[in-house]
Design a protein around this ligand. Sequence first.
Ligand SMILES: C[S@@+](CC[C@H](N)C(=O)[O-])C[C@H]1O[C@@H](n2cnc3c(N)ncnc32)[C@H](O)[C@@H]1O
Length: 281
Amino acid sequence: MNIMEERIYPPDFHELKKGVKELLGFNTGQYKDTYLGRRFNARMRAYNIDTYHAYWEVLKNNQVEQQRLRDDLTINVTEFFRDNTAYHFLHHDVLPNLFNEKERIRIWSAGSSDGKEAYSIAMLCAELLGLRKAQQRVSIIGSDIDRESLDHARKGQYISKTGVTQTDIKKQLTFLKNPESYFTIQDNAYSMKPEIKHFVQFENYDLISGRKKFNFDLILCRNVVIYFNRELQEVLYQDFYNALNNNGFFFMGKTETLVGEARNLFVPYNTKERIFRKIKT
Ligand SMILES: C[S@@+](CC[C@H](N)C(=O)[O-])C[C@H]1O[C@@H](n2cnc3c(N)ncnc32)[C@H](O)[C@@H]1O
């Protein structure tokens, strides 16, 4: 156990945790205290407040701050194979389809957080092609604006950043025949093997202001655009359409919907799983 996990929090921290759960419906009980502590502290700094109790007094009557905290608590949350049925469909339909059609495949995980989304796709490619062929035929870019997340992604070691325990990771990986082919598992840490990292790159890229990207066969942008206003969403969906090669796929989050011109451009491929295709005639 590392030192951070041993840290003891005062009683008012636990009161705040309980209050947040009741007030926001955010399941604080499933998160590690160190994670919640970091988020609470960041919000407390914004108010120049130094006790959890004082922050609770602000929070309980302030709806704007409640929304702000909710955003802060969820913004980097991600997991391996988030939305299992969608990944199942990618595994058995979308990816085989792409591999049949093309030799070299380029994939972009936009808003990749700590990299689990990009690595999930990489592992599916390896399951389908074998590691060596996947390295030759696939390149994956994960991009994010959060430096801490990018560092974590590049390191590819997963312990407890968002309160994910070893059991949680194991549960997420039941998807794979042999997780040990892709991870070195030691104590409480899952480390991506170099063979997987070999074809996954991470870059600091702002979806709003970054130079436009092109030439992808599959783009995942999941649980990112929901934080943006509608006008910006329209622009981004159009950007993703432009960034795809013909016959390329776009995979969005379970609770997201296409808006703007992109609705007329993309062809639904699996509506339930929010997978769309660019088909130019
Ligand atoms: C909730 S996570 C989603 C992670 C992953 N896509 C998933 O669905 O599990 C949202 C990520 O979007 C990133 N993000 C927010 N605004 C962004 C922007 N303007 N450009 C790039 N990434 C952004 C955040 O830093 C965060 O890591």
